[in-house]
Design a protein around this ligand. Structure first.
Ligand code: EPZ
Length: 430
């Protein structure tokens, strides 16, 4: 397993370009199951999770062709409808093939995703809603067995907001007979991006990005040429990294309006951020004010930036508080940060962060995707060497993060599995 080494402290200066959004790419790639003929998707990030969903789609019989700047998919020859446990367990978002398989092929056998480091991650809301659309759902041996005639549009009211639940149902409803109204829908920008891709395929979706989405079922969808939005969580990660280390960075190919809650929080903490249409400039002298933040469904502060913000708040003057309201166990990064000297106290779903606390480099272990990003930020701030193991967690959701940070002046280096770092390299990564 690869490791990442950081020699801190570092400040970050220069320009960085944001890659395509993981959480838009995954449902959009899954939506290729709904369309006749070939779909061509661009700006798909080169990530572990994208690789996993392509392996799953190929397993189902989707023809997949990866070129330099696009991914071409054709699902007309699909004749397997099973998403096996050994694939689904590595990436929960595999559940996103369920809605499309039922809608177009009227059958699916999908492994229940099971929990992960950040929580139980049930999919009951997905299954209840699919049943309301007319699917027959049975749970057995850890699998969802589903079959249906043509789905029938109806009103679906989610008792709580679910992003992939909204996406699964929106996809399933595109080929249902009649109209479907999704109430208490997730408003994330990635839901809007998926709706835009589906409408380009011939779907009839309105209201995406609001709490009420209307879908008028059609007979068939056609393959499409579509470019995926840029990753707001990667952009937010860079905003927070520069805020924590100090520096001056232009973040390009991003959409600041999708980060307004995070930008407001960082400005409150004393960070200077200038937003343009598709870029933002972040400047920080490392002098930060403690703040109180709650994670909420979009447009609130995103849970996917919570761990990164916590790393930054170890450098804020005073006591900050973070409430994690979305997942029940998303503080795995705290123990690792405490090993760097961070002063953090957890009380239920509340974290108290005492700053400004000097951090020292340490050997750390990544536990989940966004926790690993927070350890990188901690390593950039800390004095001395930080070594992060299990970086496959990081590679699931960030494309070439250490390369992008190196260009900004970070003293960061990846040790490929089994390749010893030459002593000269240990001393300096420049
Ligand atoms: C999506 O996960 C994202 N993943 C997550 O990003 C993100 O953290 C999450 O939304 C919240 O914003 C993708 O889009 C691929 P939810 P999802 O369903 O859809 C509970 C990352 O780091 N729930 O909105 O799985 C659930 O347990 C990842 O990129 C049910 O109880 O999240 C959670 O507490 C991590 N029953 C809450 O709802 C259900 O059927 C929100 O989950 C579904 C969800």
């Amino acid at each position: 397993m690869d490791k990442i080494f950081i020699e801190g402290p570092n400040q970050l200066f220069g320009k960085v370009s944001i890659s395509g959004a993981k959480n838009a790419a995954l449902p959009i790639l899954a939506s290729s199951l709904l369309a006749k003929n070939t779909s061509i998707f661009k700006n798909i990030p080169k990530l572990g999770d994208v690789k996993t969903i392509l392996i799953l789609l190929k397993h189902l019989g989707v023809q997949v062709e990866v070129t330099q700047d696009a991914i071409k998919l054709c699902s007309d020859a699909v004749q397997r409808f099973e998403a096996p446990y050994d694939l689904v367990k590595t990436m929960r978002a595999s559940i996103l093939v369920l809605g499309p398989l039922i809608a177009r092929f009227h059958r699916a056998v999908v492994s229940l995703p099971g929990g992960c480091a950040i929580g139980q991650r049930p999919v009951n809301l997905h299954l209840d809603a699919l049943q309301k659309l007319g699917a027959e759902i049975k749970l057995q041996n850890g699998y969802v067995y589903a079959k249906s005639k043509r789905l029938i549009g109806t009103k679906i009211k989610f008792e709580s907001v679910t992003v992939t639940g909204t996406e699964n149902i929106m996809m399933a409803a595109t080929l249902a007979k009649g109209g479907t109204q999704i109430v208490n829908a997730a408003c994330e920008p990635e839901v809007i991006d998926l709706a835009n891709a589906l409408n380009a395929m011939g779907a009839r979706i309105s209201g995406a990005g609001t709490r009420v989405i209307e879908v008028e079922g059609v007979e068939a969808l056609q393959g499409v040429n579509y470019s995926v939005m840029s990753d707001r969580i990667e952009a937010g990660t860079f905003l927070i990294a520069v805020s924590a280390t100090g520096g001056d960075v232009l973040i390009q190919n991003c959409n600041p309006k999708y980060l307004s809650a995070a930008i407001d929080v960082l400005k409150k903490a004393g960070v200077k951020i200038q937003e343009q249409v598709s870029s933002m400039r972040v400047q920080s002298n490392g002098d930060l004010t403690a703040i109180k933040v709650e994670t909420e469904p979009y447009p609130g502060f995103p849970t996917d930036l919570q761990a990164q913000l916590m790393a930054m708040l170890t450098q804020a003057n005073g006591k900050s508080v973070i409430y994690e309201n979305i997942f029940e166990n998303r503080f795995n990064h705290v123990a690792e940060m405490q090993r760097m000297g961070a002063k953090i106290r957890i009380q239920d779903h509340k974290a108290h962060i005492f700053g400004k606390t000097p951090l020292t480099g340490a050997p750390l272990m990544a536990t989940d995707l966004r926790a690993s990003a927070s350890l990188v930020i901690g390593g950039l701030v800390a004095k001395g060497r930080t070594e992060i193991s299990r970086v496959y967690h990081l590679d699931r959701g960030y494309e070439a993060l250490e390369e992008k940070l190196k260009v900004l002046g970070a003293n960061i280096f990846r040790q490929k599995e089994g390749k010893e770092v030459a002593n000269a390299e240990r001393v300096s990564f420049l």
